[in-house]
Structures are given as C-alpha cells and as structure tokens.
Design a protein around this ligand. Structure first.
Ligand code: GLP
Length: 258
C-alpha cells in the first residue's frame, strides 16, 4: 500500500516502475488499463520516450477491455484511447498491441482468441489497473466469478453513468463489453492498482480491508503475491489501517524502495 500526497506523485512512481520494467526487459509484456486514472502515467511515459529514455519497440501490450459494438476508429473506443494517449505517441509497434475487437461478429470466439494470444505472448509481466466505484477491475462488475476469463459482461447502471462523461450522448454508451476475467488478471506476474480521489475511497477500502468476495471484484487481488496499490490521500480516507500502511512505507529498507 503506497499512499502519496497527490495523484501526480503517485503517477510519477507508477511511470517510474513501468519504465524500470521495460529497461530490465525490453520485450516486457504490459497489461494496460483505460479511464481517467492512468492518463498521467501515459503522459509521463510519452515524455520519457520523447526524451530518448524509453524504447517501446519490442514491448507488447494487452488491454483489459473494450466496448462491444464500437470499432477502433470510434473516438470512445478503448482502442482509440490507447492510440491517442500512448501508442501513436511512442514507438509501440501496432502488431504488438492487443485489444479485443469491439466489432467482432463472434464474441465467444473473439474472447477465446484473446485468451490464446495472452497465453502465447504472456504471461503479462506488469498489469496496470484502475478501479471502478463499485470495485470492478477491467469491466468485471460485482458478481463476476473470481476465476473468470475474458468474456462478455453487461455494465451496471453506475458504471454506465460514470463513463457517460466520455460519450457525447449518454444513450450511446454501450451496454456490453468484453473484458479480461479476474482469473486472467490474476495470472500477471506483477499488478499495480491505482486509485485517486474520494469517490474511490470506499472501493479501495473494500478491496484491501474487506473480505474477498465476487461482490467486490478487486478484492481477489488479496490472493496475488505481487500487488502494489498506489493511491492518493483522498482515496485512502476510509482505510482503517491507513497509519500502519504509511508507517510501513516510511520504514522500508533501501533495497525495497522504488
Ligand atoms: C472503467 C474501466 C476500468 C477503469 C475504471 C475506472 O470502466 N473499464 O478499467 O479502471 O472504469 O475508471 P476511471 O479511471 O476513469 O475512474
């Protein structure tokens, strides 16, 4: 648990870790997330690439999820998001970036083939996650099987409302999505979950301090052996053990520091 003063500081740290993973392994496989939360991290990675410090030539990426019914050219598709915030601004090779095809005519086949691609190129070295207010990761809404694989999901009313800001007409937000499952996510070697702002405080506290439950999909991370939860002060406000987490971080031996 790493609680930073601001989302800016938290993003700096996460970008540093991603950079380090690529430096250590230029062919690293990243699991990437969308939404507001990782935006600053992507900006920082782009800056480091422009400064000649980061090379994405051999890096591979798998995105968590995609809306069903909209294609990669649609401004609200996650394929478009990734291109405009990261891929087109760096030297990622298009053939190394993977995301489910929102326009597929066969969803079951598309999800199976996505799993196969992850199995072939993976395992994912570093999986980046945000969290929904209802505790979802990827688009694994409450009730998702804790062992689920990439599949079709139906968004909750709350998630559709939260994502409405990105769509010009709220009625146009897709109802269905394809998402990596919780079982898929759990196979990543390392996971970094980020959460910023008071709206995420409850989801963070249930994820970290609540019981593991399909009702709070992010709580499955309690079973992973290499997870960092990087949050800002506001998102930490409901944590019962907040002082302890801050104390642990302050006492970290040098060799454990970023
Ligand atoms: C979206 C995405 C998630 C994301 C979450 C939070 O619905 N599918 O991957 O982490 O909800 O989004 P934001 O970062 O915009 O709060």
């Amino acid at each position: 648990m790493i609680i930073k003063e601001s989302s800016e500081q938290a993003s700096e740290l996460v970008a540093h870790w991603i950079g380090k993973a690529i430096e250590q392994n230029p062919s690293a496989v990243l699991g990437l997330a969308t939404g507001k939360t990782p935006l600053r991290v992507y900006e920082k990675l782009v800056q480091r690439h422009e400064a000649g410090e980061l090379n994405f030539k051999k890096v591979k990426s798998f995105n968590l999820d995609e809306y069903v019914g909209i294609g990669p050219e649609h401004p609200n598709s996650y394929a478009h998001y990734m291109r405009s915030h990261l891929f087109a601004k760096t030297n990622f090779k298009e053939e190394n970036t993977f995301i489910p095809d929102g326009l597929t005519q066969d969803i079951v086949k598309e999800c199976r083939s996505y799993e196969k691609k992850i199995a072939k190129e993976g395992p994912i070295d570093l999986q980046l996650l945000g969290i929904g207010r209802d505790g979802h990761i990827g688009f694994n809404e409450p009730g998702s099987s804790l062992r689920s694989r990439t599949r079709l999901k139906t968004l909750t009313k709350e998630t559709r409302e939260d994502n409405a800001v990105h769509f010009s007409e709220s009625s146009r937000i897709p109802i269905h999505v394809m998402t990596m499952g919780l079982g898929t996510i759990m196979e990543a070697k390392q996971i970094i979950l980020m959460a910023f702002g008071k709206d995420k405080a409850q989801a963070v506290s249930l994820c970290v301090e609540g019981p593991v439950s399909a009702f709070v999909p992010a709580s499955i991370l309690q079973f992973h052996n290499n997870v960092k939860i990087v949050i800002d002060k506001e998102a930490s406000s409901l944590l019962k053990n907040r002082e302890y987490y801050e104390w642990v971080y302050a006492q970290k031996p040098d060799w454990q520091m970023p």
